[in-house]
Ligand binder design. Sequence first.
Ligand code: PLP
Length: 392
Amino acid sequence: MGFKQIAGCKQATAAVQSGINVDEQYGCVVPPVYLSSTYNFTGFNEPRAHDYSRRGNPGRDVVQQVLAELEGGAGAVMTSSGMSAIHLLCTVFLQPGDLLVAPHDCYGGSYRLFDSLSRRGAYNVIFVDQSDDAALKQALAQKPKLVLIETPSNPLLRIVDIRYICELAREAGALTVVDNTFLSPVLQKPLDLGADLVIHSCTKYLNGHSDLIAGAVVAKDPSIAEDLAWWANNIGVTGGAFDSYLLLRGIRTLSARVLLQQNNAAAIAEYLQQQPQVKKLYYPGLKDHPGHEIARQQQAGFGAMLSFELAGDEQTMRGFLSGLKLFTLAESLGGVESLISHTATMTHAGMSAEARKQAGITDSLLRISVGIEDSQDLIADLDSAFQAAATR
Ligand code: PLP
């Protein structure tokens, strides 16, 4: 399948136009789904552009091209999940004895992966508070091969300065990778800020409809992109044909969704600020958020994720959660529907209580992923849940 020229277009245009009108057989406007696992050879030792779908699939090619375009990278690999994207990266860059520096408050699944594989000797890991300059420099002095940055972090929305950390990491001889899941390339472009690689859980904003699991690695350097593609096929973590189609369909509306979600999040944050039952609110758009200034500079908006600590005990928590009608109690984020999760028992249950404590994650913390519903309805829903909690 040929490619339309999308390089140089604005993000919203590239997202909509990639792969459109390239089918020559039937003139399909939307790229078809190529489900065949294998492709015939035209003759002895004469393979076509594709030979086996684990290695290459026309639909996945389109989605990889648009992912690279949106992030400003040389190439991208779509994987079967966000976790397989992270695992692919570690497989390519880390050998036994090599060091990974990761944020102490990274996504719980990433934490569990690094912790369990380092215990088996696959590589070493140091979890560090990357906003603590002395701790970060101390970790970098140990000459890591790879530095993972997650900003805003999950779930506390801590912001770190990507440009600064990338510079320090480069001086230490390490490659940097930014997990850009929480913002998407619409709101943050880590490669432009000096990162070497970007990873995504495409399950989240990129797909945006909570109906697939997928991931991606985007590389700035073409030879690294080729290496990643080779390893993705070698390990067998490439994304499937139907998921490629769904992901491309989700990406079409990425800009429109994210901008609406972030407007709703700003309105909800303003409401939550007035709520006496909210002990602490974590949202980078607040002027008193410690990362507000950096977020203003390195992001194109404050995003649609926020977290807060609910005053009261477990009974109050149960009352609040069961009082919600529009926010669904579920893990994940970035879909068009609003979700709420209790971090300690859900997304970050893979971390020990001690590790959660060190990362500042309390048992009263709730994380909200704001959808595209009407913001007034969402606020009314929160309001009645606060009332339900107060009567417990
Ligand atoms: N990175 C972040 C920031 C996440 O929130 C998640 C999942 O919640 C992942 C990576 C893992 O992605 P997946 O669930 O698609 O494997």
